[in-house]
Design a protein around this ligand. Sequence first.
Ligand code: FAD
Length: 407
Amino acid sequence: MSTDMSTVVIVGAGQAGGETALALRQQGYAGRIVLIGEETHPPYRRPPLSKTYLNGELAAAALLLRSEEAYATAGIELMLGRQVEAIARNDRTVICKDGATLHYDHLVLATGGQVRKLALPGSDAPNVYYLRTIADARRLREALAPGRRVVVVGGGYVGLEVAASAAKAGAQVTVLEGASRLLARVAGAELSVFFETLHRAHGVDIQTGVAVSGFEFKDGKVVSVLAGGRAFTADCVIVGIGLIPGTALAENAGLEVSDGIVVDEFARTGDERIYAVGDCARHFHPALGRSVRLESVPSASEMAKAAASAIVGKPKPISAVPWFWSDQFGIKLQMAGMPEGHDAFVERRAPGSAAFSLCYLREGQLIAVASVNAPLDFQAARELIARKLPVNALTLADTATPLRNAL
Ligand code: FAD
């Protein structure tokens, strides 16, 4: 029997919280682990919510990170359907909304975030949808059907994935994006053009530079979406305009917050007993030399491992090159690194090929890549970025030679 009487409490049973609990056990933590989540499901993967789950290709059970039994076997206590309301740092206690309290030796905040909502006339109507949870995806799935007119507000990854799934379901889809191009916050102009062309080729109407100003109703159902002096008719509207990080608990407990709970490269907050991981956290990234808040599964996994290793006394900093993927209309996009400040750009594409990689360089080093249906190039490029190896534009452009030869 374990003699370790310490307790790790993890608030938020999502990707990052679930992975932290599992990583603690994998790294030999022998004390008590309690994973508290306000949703009623054990930790699940959100990426399929806008893709295969929305399309009905994936069953809900396949979303789960692990079965409930697997947590029991690993000695991880799941407290689901329960919301943590406050942290009493002096007593090292969390306080739940139902009054329950729990002592911790280490606390991990994995609270994700809430979808950013529109505050416009009519935006609280029942046929205006958001997508973050299984429950949201279920509701949305019912609203998508052949012939339905769907307006997607927001041309970021979630918006575009939902648009692709809706088009696949036979809906007539219009995407309204306020910026002058799609994916403006998260990708270079080349990728924006690629996705705009891809969506148009599948019949999606893309409107950029249009700010939505409100919604009008007829028969309590059909809506007109008002944007830039024009009206778009729709049976339902899906809004994907980003996430507000879940920082309230940390802020109220006096921890530093700046668009995310501020943590170091070991996922530690200013309180040595408290960590933050996943979408809610802004961490210092040694390779980038600055702090970042990333909303991605790979980042949640990295931070979970870093927090677990620090808690078991063998700290390993977050070091992996940030990466992300997206699936739309059978296209697999994989991106790694950060293109900001690049001084050279190379498109690696064999003549006539639909697969390609966009390569961003700075001072003779690859700093970011975006690959479309090119997984081998992506793997090699990711390693080139991580190892900071010198590479020249000719090597990158030479599709006759595998990119891994540059390693
Ligand atoms: P979450 O998974 O949101 O988990 C946080 C949990 O904490 C929630 O269940 C919440 O209810 C709970 N919680 C919050 N506050 C409290 C409290 N006070 N008490 C108790 N519980 C609380 N990433 C990719 O890399 N690739 C993709 O293709 C991709 N697609 C996506 C598609 C969609 C539709 C969405 C929504 C996200 C997608 N992401 C994708 C992002 C990815 O899913 C997130 O980065 C990841 O889920 C972050 O995990 P997390 O644990 O930080 O947050």
